[in-house]
Design a protein around this ligand. Structure first.
Ligand SMILES: Cc1cc2nc3c(=O)[nH]c(=O)nc-3n(C[C@H](O)[C@H](O)[C@H](O)COP(=O)(O)O)c2cc1C
Length: 264
């Protein structure tokens, strides 16, 4: 499937993690549209997304404090990958974020939920029917988020702290800012808005005139969620913004501590 870059670029600016939903089932036509994106947006054979069109209560769980507690969502999407694939986390992040941006463009709420502390992986896998080599790496609720952030949801995001982003100056190296072409400006701004587990923003971007290299700030596995998955999400944001500037590029996946290079 071709990336609907204008639609997804607009969604990048609109998306926020939502954890409170009206318990209304998804409209069947919206469910069908999402299903189609899950089926057609398969840039990598080792990663896929599947809708679980039933109450997610059996799959989601909250943890200490309120981080991770999702209420009311009628459905879930599971992000599934092949555990034998070296770059599976990057591929899950890239693929899953495409589905998340499409859901956002459709006016639906989502929230990446990763790590077995936050969801019951075994249950998700038995509902989806994964094969021997597959694992559910993350899920997202999907549904109609309550219109306004409730007091409870505001507390969950530490009154917006979990949505705040580091300035680009803390994460970008290489070519001086004044020499960045428009597509690099747009791509880095879009990458900065990418969601990451506990908002850790674990990426660094090395800029050259015709490429951006993403690296991870440390190899630690925090909260049982690979930082390379977060970087996979940032990869999609970079590509969507570049395409929206009329610039095509291609990804090369790299060994740690680097993650991937986008060259135009
Ligand atoms: C891989 C991944 C895992 C996440 N896991 C959880 C989670 O288990 N519970 C939760 O409430 N939020 C989770 N989040 C959402 C982040 O907390 C959120 O993206 C981040 O705080 C930035 O906020 P924003 O998405 O509103 O921009 C996760 C995000 C990512 C990318």
């Amino acid at each position: 499937m071709e990336i609907p870059f204008s639609r997804w670029h607009a969604a990048i600016r609109l998306r926020r993690s939502r954890r409170r939903y009206d318990s209304i089932p998804l409209d069947p036509s919206q469910l069908g549209q999402l299903q189609e994106v899950c089926t057609r947006f398969r840039p990598y054979p080792e990663a896929r997304a599947e809708i679980i069109p039933e109450s997610p209560d059996r799959v989601l769980r909250g943890v200490a404090g309120s981080y991770g507690k999702v209420k009311g969502s009628p459905s879930l999407i599971a992000f599934i990958g092949d555990i034998n694939e070296r770059y599976v986390n990057e591929k899950i992040g890239y693929t899953g974020e495409g589905v998340i941006l499409e859901a956002t463009a459709m006016g639906l709420g989502t929230c990446w939920v990763g790590g077995s502390m936050f969801f019951r992986r075994g249950r998700a896998e038995s509902i989806v029917g994964t094969s021997k080599n597959e694992r559910v790496f993350a899920v997202t609720p999907v549904g109609y988020a309550v219109k306004d952030f409730s007091a409870e949801e505001r507390v969950q995001t530490a009154f917006g702290m979990f949505h705040r982003r580091k300035p680009l100056s803390e994460m970008v190296y290489g070519l001086a800012k004044k020499e960045w072409p428009d597509w690099i400006k747009a791509a880095l701004e879009a990458a900065r808005l990418a969601p990451s587990a506990i908002n850790r923003q674990p990426w660094q971007f090395y800029v050259e005139p015709d490429n951006i290299t993403i690296s991870v700030d440390s190899p630690l596995l925090e909260w049982g969620i690979s930082k390379r998955l977060d970087c996979g999400i940032a990869m999609l944001h970079i590509e969507v913004a570049a395409l929206d500037c009329g610039v095509k590029g291609r990804w090369e996946l790299l060994k740690a501590p680097h993650v991937a290079r986008f060259t135009v």
